[in-house]
Design a protein around this ligand. Structure first.
Ligand code: GLP
Length: 242
């Protein structure tokens, strides 16, 4: 069940997402947010920061869970998802760092880290999960073919994903890690509410397959067809096929 919002441009897309974020933050005493790295949610994060600066929102009671982290990348590495989230959100609001959860990409035993993360995650329920979407319909780092029932796991990144993420590694795909830890589709589906944001014509095919394509593991985002509270926020380019 999808609610679809087609906004005029990226700024309006981010504003629509921030309205749903504010609703969640005001309706819950101790909100739990699922967050995504990547460029798409940055406009939303900027609105969240503005709300804090203006004194409209405090994040002191908020806990967050990020979708994924590159494997083999220490937390303090500028290329890590931890560094990305610190820079683009956590350092600019009054959230307690210990309430922000991201898989440890430098864990000595990645499989154990997946079990630990999933176990901790299952002690709570995410009130609002923010998602972007890859051109191939991936969510988090769940690449095409990921079983829908997968929980937090180690994944091998496709060449396309590594190319798309090269912008975070000095433009060199060879520097993008080959593997990552990611919440699985089943981990994501536990969220009470999901907002998936997509902009640009490169995402139009993935958005179409997510909403109107057959539900199959070759398009990980198509699992969302089974979730009862998914809001898709796009611009006209990403909505071109729906
Ligand atoms: C990355 C991330 C996803 C993200 C997607 C799109 O691989 N693992 O969480 O949603 O690609 O990224 P962007 O929003 O930069 O287009």
């Amino acid at each position: 069940m999808f609610t679809i919002i087609v906004a005029e441009n990226y700024e309006e897309v981010s504003h629509e997402a921030s309205k749903l974020m504010r609703e969640t933050l005001r309706s819950k005493e101790n909100p739990v947010l699922g967050l995504a790295a990547g460029s798409t949610p940055l406009g939303l994060y900027e609105e969240m920061i503005t709300d804090y600066i203006l004194g409209n929102t405090s994040y002191r009671k908020v806990r967050t869970w990020n979708l994924d982290e590159y494997l083999g990348v220490p937390e303090n590495d500028p290329h890590s998802r931890r560094s990305f989230m610190n820079e683009h959100l956590f350092e600019k609001i009054d959230i307690f760092r210990e309430n922000t959860h991201i898989p440890r990409g430098d864990a000595s035993d990645p499989e154990e880290e997946c079990r630990r993360y999933e176990e901790e995650l299952q002690k709570t329920v995410i009130d609002l999960q923010i998602l972007g979407i890859g051109r191939d319909g991936h969510i988090g780092f769940n690449e095409p073919g990921t079983p829908f029932d997968a929980l937090t796991h180690v994944t091998t990144l496709t060449e396309e994903t590594r190319n798309d993420n090269a912008r975070y590694f000095d433009g060199n795909p060879l520097l993008v890690p080959e593997k990552a830890i990611t919440m699985g589709p089943a981990s994501i589906m536990r969220a009470r509410n999901i907002v998936i944001i997509a902009t640009g014509e490169a995402k139009a095919d993935a958005v179409y397959k997510m909403i109107k394509g057959p539900q199959k593991e070759s398009c990980p985002a198509s699992i969302l067809q089974d979730h009862s509270h998914v809001t898709v926020i796009t611009d006209p380019a990403a909505a071109a096929r729906i």
